[in-house]
Design a protein around this ligand. Structure first.
Ligand code: 5GP
Ligand code: ZN
Length: 137
């Protein structure tokens, strides 16, 4: 945990532009923002990702997102945001301390969402059954 970049920000050992803090969570500006106001929200308890985090910590982080996101939008003059989670290296996670990205959006800002693939209905049905079985365990 000592080597964790975001734990060092929590501890005040590394600088960050903090915008909100409570006893369980911290929010600070991303140093490479997608748009103005791009904010990272983390739990003060270290966990690498969603699998490792407790439900309580995830709920605390989500409560902070719910509280600060509309205020961030009002501050930067945005009317919508993407909430991002890169969970795991294959999903693009670079910093191994669970964090959510609040990314304010502006009309025509050029930021692209993911693109869906075409799929047969049969494949959706097979996948849904596989997932239902996995989730029921
Ligand atoms: P992810 O792990 O979800 O891919 O993204 C990590 C995010 O953390 C990136 O958007 C990156 O710009 C941001 N980041 C990386 N290092 C620092 C840092 O030292 N300070 C701050 N404020 N943000 C950082
Ligand atoms: Zn950490």
């Amino acid at each position: 945990m000592n080597d964790c970049l975001f734990c060092k920000i929590i501890a005040g050992e590394l600088p960050a532009y903090k915008v909100y803090e409570d006893d369980r969570t911290l929010a600070f500006l991303d140093i490479h923002p997608v748009n103005s106001g791009h904010t990272l929200v983390i739990s003060k308890n270290h966990s690498r990702d969603m699998q490792e985090a407790s439900v309580d910590d995830v709920c605390a982080v989500m409560a902070t997102v719910h509280h600060i996101a509309p205020r961030i939008l009002a501050a930067v003059g945005s009317e919508g945001y993407n909430l991002g989670l890169n969970n795991g290296r294959d999903a693009g996670q670079v910093v191994p301390h669970l964090h959510f990205h609040i990314m304010p959006r502006f009309a025509g800002d050029g930021h692209h969402l993911w693109h869906g693939k075409s799929i047969e209905d049969k494949e959706l049905a097979v996948t849904a059954e596989k997932l239902r079985m996995a989730i029921a365990v």
